[in-house]
Design a protein around this ligand. Sequence first.
Ligand code: NAI
Length: 342
Amino acid sequence: MKLAIFDSKSYDKLFFKKYEDKYDITYFDTALNNKTVNLAEGFEAICVFVNDVINKEVIDKLVEEQVKIILLRCAGFNNVDVDYCYKKIHVARVPSYSPTSIAEYTFSLLLSLSRKVIRGSNRTKDFNFSLDNLVGFDLANKTLGVIGTGQIGLKVIDIAKGFGMNICYYDVVKKDIDGAKQVTMDELYNISDIITLHAPLTNDNYHLINKESISKMKQGVIIINTSRGGLINTNDLIEALKDKYVSGAALDVYEEESDLFFSDLSSTIIEDDTIARLLTFPNVIVTSHQAFLTDNALTNIASETIHNLEQYISGEYIDNEICYHCKNDMKACYKKRKERCF
Ligand code: NAI
């Protein structure tokens, strides 16, 4: 079985290495898109990450090249036209590799903002030991609003309890969570001091955080996004930061990240004025889609990706196959019967 891993970095190679005895693995540094799809020729399986673009054109080309399965080494799949893949090419993902990694990172961002850790550390490296303008605030008794309470959102809630925060949450699915209050989206906007996003990006929630939703939030709100960049209208966020209506933002994801993140562009002229403006705010932290990057998560990502490949090869049901088309018609769902979707 020949497997091509696209958009691969040094850490991917490190964690997939142990499977090289069993599988013929080729690593491509380049991301998969309509310009690079020819590289998939001769591979029955390809593995992609968050910023590879798998649209109709790419899917048609993959099918033409006899690729049979797309293995996402991530949980989110907003970058794949899954409806179009149905009956053409299998798609499997890694739905859970370490929710703890992302939840803990969410708090590392929040604490860096609330206690100005990065600014303080940058100063001391310059032998500036002044504490001026480094006054922070306690998380205890602040209200945290969690949007999306799946695996990661739930872990975030667990951690928030340890900090003594008041917790409210909104999810499209109703659920009872101990020690946290389920509220409407508007209520969450209204009462939260800090809002953290843990919902997947879908057609329904694109630019969920925009001028209008920000206007419903408390003045001074802090926004954390470790989910997907498209959940926030970045220009609206910038305006709210300039107005000092939003008092801080920590973003591990950015809606135009595919042209920037995961690469060293330190010697390049950046053409994206939006990210350039964002990076000028002292109360904004941007990291390069790093929340997943722990040895626990990378070990699980590699082993689960290979597990998905093995299930494909065996011809059996693939546990982590994407739900393609019957989202509203559960009676027609093959997955429920533990059968392959096609
Ligand atoms: P999950 O599938 O376990 O949970 C998602 C939750 O969001 C579900 O409870 C769902 O009902 C809810 N939801 C869906 N649409 C919603 C909406 N419009 N409003 C409110 N809630 C909604 O997913 P998990 O594992 O918790 O991951 C969440 C997201 O985190 C992923 O979709 C991915 O985009 C992102 N992620 C980011 C990583 C990073 O490195 N920054 C790493 C892993 C995931």
